[in-house]
Design a protein around this ligand. Structure first.
Ligand code: FES
Ligand code: FES
Length: 156
């Protein structure tokens, strides 16, 4: 099968590249663009480790084909940095101990960013719902919810 030529923006820079039509957005971003901040956990849409924001919507990039990103505006965890400074959400995860492992954290951070973009002062229930698609398989969610509260300027 021949490659497909697509154009898109990722983390503010425009790209026009040839991609394998069967590749997922996650594969393209990691293997072709070498942005390896986004992780693959399950590969089946269940864990949220591969979360990215596409056209303002939180998506699981293991379930989106790369050609579907044609014309889109994609943000990965690398795109949250501004002039080398961490995003307030990243900072809050560090401060509260919400960075529990390197695997789920990028996805948790992207889900938090998407949540706070639409609900700047979320309740605990909003946070549970906003992060419902992101699984931690080990340590638990207390510190992660604390990080979201801190990022939104609230006390837990
Ligand atoms: S790797 Fe995409 S949802 Fe788990
Ligand atoms: S899976 Fe990352 S902290 Fe549990």
């Amino acid at each position: 099968m021949g490659k497909v030529n697509i154009s898109f923006t990722i983390n503010g820079s425009s790209h026009q590249i040839d991609v394998e039509p069967q590749w997922t957005l996650l594969e393209m971003v990691r293997e072709q663009l070498h942005l390896t901040g986004t992780k693959e956990g399950c590969g089946t849409g269940d864990c949220g480790a591969c979360s990215m924001i596409v056209d303002g919507r939180l998506i699981t990039s293991c379930c989106m084909l790369a050609p579907q990103a044609d014309g889109s505006d994609v943000t990965t965890v690398e795109g949250l940095l501004a002039n080398g400074d961490l995003h307030p959400v990243q900072q809050a995860f560090i401060e509260t101990g919400g960075v529990q492992c390197g695997f789920c954290t990028p996805g948790m951070i992207m889900a938090t960013k998407a949540l706070l973009d639409r609900t700047p002062k979320p309740t605990l229930d909003d946070i549970r719902e906003g992060l419902a698609g992101n699984l931690c398989r080990c340590t638990g969610y207390t510190k992660i919810y604390e990080a979201v509260m801190t990022a939104s300027g609230q006390e837990i």
